[in-house]
Design a protein around this ligand. Structure first.
Ligand code: DDH
Length: 287
């Protein structure tokens, strides 16, 4: 008989779970990198893809994945993120129907979950844009600056004090690299485990300025192996921020819940979804 013409491929939750599973499998296999995981740099890719959002002009954000192109790929803040984009290329090749902007944000959600963090519900609907949609340099935060700069940048995206602090708690993961940002070292002793350790150490350790040739950063009195950025230290100098640092340092459950909510919000800034928030998928983590 007649063949029924097929419409365009419509991915289901099960299809996106396959993408998740592929990312999780690559994370488990590709351990010969940094502290043993590409997870932290994937979390940062999703953040830098999304954190260009400007609520006044409704430009930037994850919808577009314009970091594929220069000049955005060459912005100083994005140094090193090519490694994260390249890590995801085999996933894109296996599931060519997914957009880069959905893939990068899904990878951020997957990395948080696979590194032991909270569930990060996610939904598709982003479209890739061309080079003309690249955002101007300077929209992402500069680690050498203070509390006023943090507020300037994050109010532009639409966040309040509590949300800013929760988001920066992602610094429990990964490290700074001399050849990328100029800063150097991890924030805690388990940089591949998502936790409230960043906050606990910020409150409980004594932090001294590191004596070195590099940019101003801080090191823990106890071991001199950890680091804090000037913007991290601003979180305990500013009263409005510090109350949340202290709360998260004591209450890991509150941090997990509030981080999840705000990271979901970050990844969705400026995306014109057809779907509703209650249609978000919760991916099943790997065993
Ligand atoms: Fe960050 N971050 N970040 N960060 N970030 C760096 C690394 C990582 C700032 C500066 C730096 C967030 C907020 C801020 C992660 C996640 C998030 C590095 C080191 C610098 C510098 C880069 C390198 O040398 O490789 C500043 C400033 C801010 C700020 O808001 C004031 C937020 C909101 C997140 C998030 O994900 C929600 C992660 C993860 C890393 C570790 C990356 C890696 O390769 O490891």
């Amino acid at each position: 008989g007649e063949k029924t013409p097929k419409g365009p491929f419509e991915a289901t939750q099960a299809d996106y779970q396959k993408v998740y599973d592929e990312i999780a499998a690559r994370l488990a296999n590709e351990t010969d990198y940094d502290d043993g995981s590409y997870g932290p740099v994937l979390v940062r890719l999703a953040w830098h893809a999304s954190g260009t959002y400007d609520k006044e002009t409704n430009t930037g954000g994850s919808n577009g994945s314009t970091m594929r192109f220069a000049p955005e790929s060459d912005h100083g803040a994005n140094a090193g993120l090519k490694l994260a984009r390249d890590f995801l290329e085999p996933v894109k090749a296996k599931f060519p129907w997914i957009t880069y902007s959905d893939l990068w944000t899904l990878a951020g959600s997957a990395a948080i979950q696979e590194l032991g963090g909270p569930q990060v519900p996610w939904r598709p609907g982003r479209e890739d844009k061309d080079v003309a949609a690249c955002t101007p340099d300077g929209r992402l935060p500069d680690a050498a600056k203070d509390h006023r700069h943090i507020r300037d940048v994050f109010i532009r995206m639409g966040f309040d004090d509590r949300e800013m602090v929760a988001l920066i708690g992602a610094h429990a993961l990964g490290r700074a690299h001399k050849d990328r940002s100029g800063f150097d070292g991890p924030w805690d002793f388990s940089p591949t485990v998502f936790s409230n350790e960043f906050f606990r150490l910020l409150v409980e350790e004594k932090w001294n300025q590191r004596k070195w040739e590099g940019p101003t950063q801080f090191t823990d009195k106890g071991t001199s192996t950890l680091m804090m950025l000037p913007t991290d230290m601003a979180l305990i100098k500013d009263k409005g921020f510090k109350q949340h640092v202290e709360r998260y340092a004591k209450d890991n459950d509150a941090f997990f819940k509030e981080f999840s909510d705000v990271y979901v919000k970050l990844l969705e800034l400026g995306v014109p979804f057809q779907s509703k928030p209650e249609d978000r998928f919760v991916f099943k983590p790997s065993e």
